[in-house]
Every structure is written in C-alpha cells, then in structure tokens.
Design a protein around this ligand. Sequence first.
Ligand code: SF4
Length: 467
Amino acid sequence: MSGDPHKTFYLETFGCQMNAHDSEKVIGTLLNEGYRQVETVEEAGLVLYNTCSIRDKAEQKVFNRLNDYKKYQKQGKKFGVLGCVAQQEGEKIFERAPHVSLVCGSASYRNLPQMLVQLENAQLENAPMETGKSGPPKPKARSPIRVTGLDDRETDECFETEFTARTNPHRGYITIIEGCDKFCSYCVVPFTRGKERSRTSDSVLAEARQMADLGYTEIQLLGQNVNSYKDPAGKPGGKKTFAELLAAVGEVPGIRRVRFTTSHPRDFGRDIVEAIDSVPTLCDHVHLPVQSGSNHVLGAMQRLYTREQYLERIAWMKAAKREISITSDVIVGFPGETEEDFAETLSLLDEVGYDAVFSFKYSPRPNTPSLALEDAIPDQEKARRLEVLMARQREIQIARYKKYIGTVSEVMVEGRNEARSQWIGRTSQNKTLNFTAPALAAPKVGSYVPVMTTISFPNSLLGEMVV
Ligand code: SF4
C-alpha cells in the first residue's frame, strides 16, 4: 500500500508531552493501517494536526497552519484535526476550515482505523468525474467529506494500542492516567480530555518491561494529573498507589531513569518523595505547577490548595536526602489578580527557588468557568507582570545553576551539536548539560556518562566529560 500516494500522511503535533505521546500512538495506528509517514505536507495525501487548546495562541496556530495549506486541497489532499481543539470545537471546525475532512477528539483515537476507512470510501464515492451514458465524462457534484469522532469522552479506558511508534529509541512515554476531574476554573482539559481514567498497574508494568526489553532506558509516566492515579487492578494485593507504581517501574531491570509529569499539588503525597529517596532510578526532579502564590487567586482558580499547603509539599522535597529539582507553571493576570497578589507570586518564587518556571499570561478559554469572570487586566499589564516574573526567575536560576560548577553529574547523551562541537546531555534533574569529549572517547547517543560542569547559564550548563 505504501505506493499509494493517498496512503501517505504528514502529522504535526502541538502542545504537551501527552499530545506528543498520543501522536506516537496515532502514527503507530496509521502505519498499521498501511499508511506511510512523510516529512512534508507536499508529499502527503493526508495532513493531520494533533492540536492543543490550552492556550489561545496554540489554537490560533493550528487554524493559521490549516489556512496556509488550504491551496493543496485542489491536489486532492485530505486534512484532519485531532486532539483537544477537535474535541473542543467539534463540527464547528468544518465551518472555520471547510477543507478539513476529519475531526477526531483525543478520546476517539481508537476509532481512527474505522474513520480512515470511512474517509477512503467517501473519497472514492466523491471521485471527481462521472462517466455519462454517452459523450465525454461530466464533472460530478462534489459534497464535502466529513468524518467525525467526538463522542467517546466518557469511556472508562485509556487509549492503549500495541502500535505505538516511539520516536526516541532510548526514552519512551507511558500514559498511566488520562483526563482530569479537578476543573480548575481556567482550564479546558476536563472538557477536552474527559474524566480521569487510570490504567491498571499490571498493564503499565508490562509495557515498562516490554520497553526495557526493546532497549529503552528512560521511561516517562504521563498524565494530566499523574499523581491522581488510581489503580483499577482487580487482583487482590495487585493495586498500587502512584508512589508504589513509580517505585515498581523504577525497579524494572534495564530501566535507568523514570520521570513523571504533571503532578497536582493537592494529590502530591509525601510517599512520592520517599520513593524518590529510596529508588535511585527515579529522577530527582518534580514539576509541581503552582499557578499563583496568592490564596485569593488560587481560590478563584479553584486550584484546591492554599499557598501554605503548596509550600508544605515543597518542604517535604527540600527535606529529602537527594536534592530534588523543582519546576513549576505560573499564570499571571488571572481575573482579579491585584498588585499584592502578584507580589505574593514573586515572593513564592524566591521562597521555593525553582530551577525553571513556565509562565503564561491568562487568556480565557471556551467552556471554562473563568469565562464568567471579568478579564479586566489589560493585556499590556499582563505582559508587564510576565516580564517582571521572568526577570525575577532568571535571577533565581542564575544563582541556582552556578552551584553546579565543579560538580560531576551523570547525563544521558541525547545527541550532538556539530556546529558547537558539543554533545547534548540531560541530567537526572532534567537540566541540559552540554559537554565536550575527546574524539577517542566520543560517547554514544543514549549512553550515560559522567560530566563535570564548568560553566553555567540561566537555562543550561556546559561541561567536560570525565574520562
Ligand atoms: S488540574 Fe486543573 S490545570 Fe491541570 S488539567 Fe486539571 S483542570 Fe487543567
């Protein structure tokens, strides 16, 4: 089938690691259906966008992209929108981008094979010419092809497939929980990804063992709220808490690093810190989104914890035997955020000492409760707060990263930057540590090597391999 130009696809992914991993599953599913993946829109019969709707900008990007490639519709290319924007906008996408033929929400990927058959059949029925009883062929009236998969959100299962096409041969993702029951007032995820569904710990561990057998050494456990994991395992004694599952994955022979993202502060238990302390393969990095340092704003965001409760979790991590690197997400300019509220967020950055903060200006999203709140902070003021916050965090990072000069860390070799004659490495703490190595001792991509840090930057480190 690989010779059929219509059975070629191009897939572009927007958004988070969950989306990146969903794309790996979609690619695996399509390859199994006889499709061939290509590198450019020009070569593809089917052009797919796996979308993210968490921020207005990301959503806008998808529609811009669709608009840019509209011209290719005349060549018979089909366009599909997958993921959160598909789930959120549904059939409205056909109005906004009439050249789209396929709309498939994130909980309907398991139905993709049937949807693709529908698409192919519709394409045949819609062949451009029909032959008349006599005379030359006449153009046939075309009706737009519309295939949708949007109604599977309440399913009890996670999207598991044996056809995942993992793109990195050393590091692989495993989804352990999908959806979210938290309903933070600004967030679309509960509406686009549905309610929380956990996989059994047995199936997660089976996948981890299978990956170790295939040569993967790093596993990232994924979920919108990975630590809200609830094992549905039926076997007596088989049920595991999130911390127990984390430890069990870390003990799979051959696995050298285990990461997990994203954690919700309310469900972040001390047992997770204890697991990190006692299982060396669990990476000493926790991403714990705080969003705001003000209780007033946290309440309006419906985050379900206070500044004090958040800082208690930070204290557990700081009391750990290993030095745990902590990173976070912050939203500035949430409706009602005063200068005092914002100052509390800045003071929280100082108090925690994050190694990285992903900060965003608030933008109202469809269907979310915060839409009802007046978005009265002008964009210019939001931008100013964002700038102030980023400058403060940069100062914090400069001081924190400097501490690593003269220390030796184990890195996983991720690649080579030829232009700089450097190797690209990542530490267990999730820091980028690029390094030089003697040509005779050049490391292999995917291997683990010790590196001494010699120079620090605000976002990365530079060093030399210890030989
Ligand atoms: S916890 Fe809040 S921010 Fe995170 S996915 Fe759920 S609703 Fe969205």
